[in-house]
Write a protein that binds this ligand. Structure first.
Ligand code: BES
Ligand code: ZN
Length: 636
């Protein structure tokens, strides 16, 4: 780990000043004194050119009765000589007091008008020299980052809490500058009811916790500077199992053994990633398996990936998600999108690296299956949801000003982004591209990255060598123009070709039992199901179902594909399973399309509304938000 100590940074800056002046780089970094230079972030109120948060120290108590996190956040800030205020991001926070840390001198502060997505700016007046501010506050019911779970929503029967900061939800539980370009170290003291364990995306200083007045207190710190969306907290009845020397899993007791078994190859993935892109800089890599309401598949919180239990398939077939979150330890957590318009730099690189890790650990053929599934998904998303290959929604660098950054979370950032990197790899050769990426991560470690800066670096450090490469790749077309450029190298997985053939045979009338499915992995099943015609007679669906027990599938991805087909054909025998799936897990990737499919017909919409009325309170605010939109749900 490489802590970026503020004083150290300042020394370097002053040492460099004459050099910078000499080469004519009198950029505003020198004038303001704050580094690095940051583009304007339309999703933050921070006045980053005047004052920045460098360290956040939390002292919070989790009260499961009132469902509040309450206490203080003490911020170490860096500021320019002329600064008179610092502006923080908050949303739905109740601010109680702001004072100078240590002396307790009260400070003047104001909260601006609320914006439903961005929240309210908290402007704190700064007396000369003030660099440590203490904010007393509590969260409210509007804390969209935080989900409080009742005992009925967990496998242990204990309550649970988890946070989800990305993209701009950290401000709903921590008053800080919530912009991915403003890196902050953090420390925390978290007090929880006795019997519960707290974990964070940081080093635990008190593995056993300390007993204080009948409660338990845990302490954490992370010395590496991170974007605030990576500050994360989990509280529950948690156990730990080691997987390898640097890897392990946290989960509720009844899940932890299954999780440790499912993720047994984590250490090998970590080694494969290091082999490709250089040392892992975060110490440990653990995974916290959350209760099923977790709205995402995974979240790359440093040192502690948060993951949905729906990847516990029992056969390790969905672990590419772990490869993905691990890959973020380089792309995203080390080199970070400067604003949410640069989101593809996080997710496109990560999706590419995920596939490289999978190839290293599971072999070429396996990785090609995964890559082709990604490519097929990208094409159908462009065609069916994003408005086609000419649509402005299909450019890598989206201008998300005035929009919820959540809207940038499409297959474009992920799979078009990965396809761009694959194209570069294909043109310049793998060896050269690997060396380039490794150098890129070393050069920009712990720094924000913009799309333009990446393009410039790519040009100067790779493409300059051979002008033909520029022409063969056309980076600016990839980044700024819609669609999928025709120079993308095709992906073809032989295994998936065979699976699609079986789908064609079935569509042409071959009995289900005669299909050649022996030895299929999850991915062949997924491709098979996706390749079937959307409308199938009920007797054919019944034949598929009774032969392959799809309605009973314990594999969430296979079940999801099957349920989509069932909805498309109003195949009632699968609807008990459908309702069960919609109510026992809260992963948005599964929920949204299923509700959307249902909402497409009158009968389906009625069912969707009925199910949603009961299930909605169990979903995380992130999933609720999306489905409210799908179903035009009112305010409650
Ligand atoms: N960082 C993302 C999750 C995210 C993105 C949360 C944007 C909030 C805003 C994470 O790495 C991710 O991409 N998760 C995917 C799984 C992955 C295998 C594609 C998910 O949750 O579906
Ligand atoms: Zn990701």
């Amino acid at each position: 780990m490489r802590p970026m100590n503020r004083r150290h940074t300042m020394n370097v800056r002053f040492a460099l000043l004459p050099v910078l002046l000499a080469v004519g780089l009198t950029a505003c970094t020198v004038e303001t004194g704050l580094e690095p230079e940051l583009p304007r972030d339309p999703h933050s109120y921070a006045n980053a050119e005047e004052a920045r948060v460098a360290h956040v120290a939390l002292d919070l108590t989790a009260d499961f009765e009132t469902r509040t996190l309450a206490g203080t956040a003490t911020l170490d800030i860096v500021r320019t000589a002329g600064s008179s205020a610092i502006v923080l991001d908050t949303r739905a926070l109740e601010i109680e007091a702001v004072r100078v840390a240590g002396t307790g001198e009260p400070l003047e502060w104001t909260l601006g008008e609320p914006d439903p997505v961005l929240g309210r700016p908290l402007r704190i007046m700064l007396p000369p020299g003030a660099e440590h501010l203490e904010i007393a506050y509590r969260t409210t019911d509007g804390a969209a980052a935080v989900q409080w779970l009742d005992p009925a929503q967990t496998s242990s029967g204990a309550p649970f809490l988890f946070t989800q900061g990305q993209a701009i939800l950290t401000r709903t539980w921590i008053p800080t500058q919530d912009s991915p370009g403003i890196r902050q170290t953090y420390s925390a003291t978290i007090t929880v009811p006795e019997g519960l364990v707290a974990v964070m995306s940081a080093e635990t200083l008190t593995p056993e916790g300390e007993s204080v007045d009948g409660q338990t207190r845990y302490a954490f710190r992370l010395d590496a500077p991170i974007p605030p969306y990576l500050i994360a907290l989990g509280i529950g009845d948690l156990s730990f199992r080691e997987v390898g020397p640097r890897t392990g899993v946290w989960a509720e007791p009844s899940v932890v053994d299954a999780a440790a078994d499912e993720f047994a190859e984590m250490e090998a993935m970590l080694e494969a990633a290091e082999e490709l892109y250089g040392p892992y800089r975060w110490g440990r890599y653990d995974v916290l398996v959350l209760p099923p309401s977790f709205p995402f598949g995974g979240m790359e919180n440093p040192r502690l990936t948060f993951a949905t239990p729906t990847i516990l398939a029992g056969d390790r077939s969905l672990v590419s998600l772990i490869a993905h979150e691990l890959a973020h330890s380089w792309s995203g957590n080390l080199v970070t999108n400067a604003t949410w318009s640069d989101f593809w730099l996080n997710e496109g690189f990560t999706t590419y690296i995920e596939n490289r890790i999978m190839e290293a650990v599971y072999g070429e053929a396996y990785a090609r299956m995964l890559e082709q599934l990604g490519r097929t998904g990208l094409r159908s998303e462009i065609e069916d949801e994003l408005g086609g290959y000419e649509s402005g929604e299909t450019v890598l660098h989206l201008d998300l000003t005035g929009r919820d950054p959540d809207e940038g979370m499409t297959a474009i950032a992920y799979d078009k982004g990965a396809a761009f990197l694959r194209t570069i790899e294909h043109v310049v050769g793998r060896e050269r591209f690997d060396a380039f990426l490794r150098r890129y991560f070393d050069t920009f470690a712990f720094q924000p990255m913009t799309t333009e800066k990446f393009l410039a670096y790519l040009d100067e450090n790779l493409l300059e060598e051979n002008p033909e490469w520029r022409e063969a790749i056309r980076p600016r077309q990839w980044v700024y123009e819609p669609g999928l450029p025709e120079n993308v190298p095709p992906v073809e997985s032989e295994a998936l070709v065979l699976a699609a053939e079986q789908a064609d045979r079935f569509a042409a009338g071959t009995p289900a039992a005669e299909l050649a499915t022996a030895g299929w992995s999850t991915h062949e099943w997924l491709h098979f199901l996706q390749s079937l015609p959307r409308d199938l007679p009920h007797d054919r669906l019944r034949a598929l179902d009774s032969t392959f027990e799809l309605t009973q599938s314990g594999n969430s991805e296979i079940l999801f594909e099957w349920l989509r087909l069932a909805i498309a054909n109003r195949y009632e025998p699968a609807f008990v399973a459908l309702e069960d799936f919609l109510t026992r897990q809260g992963r948005r990737k599964f929920l949204r399309p299923l509700y959307q499919d249902l909402a497409a017909t009158e009968w389906g919409r009625a069912r969707a509304v009925e199910i949603y009325r009961d299930a909605r309170p169990m979903y995380h605010a992130i999933s609720r938000n999306s489905i409210d939109e799908t179903l035009d749900w009112g305010d409650d």
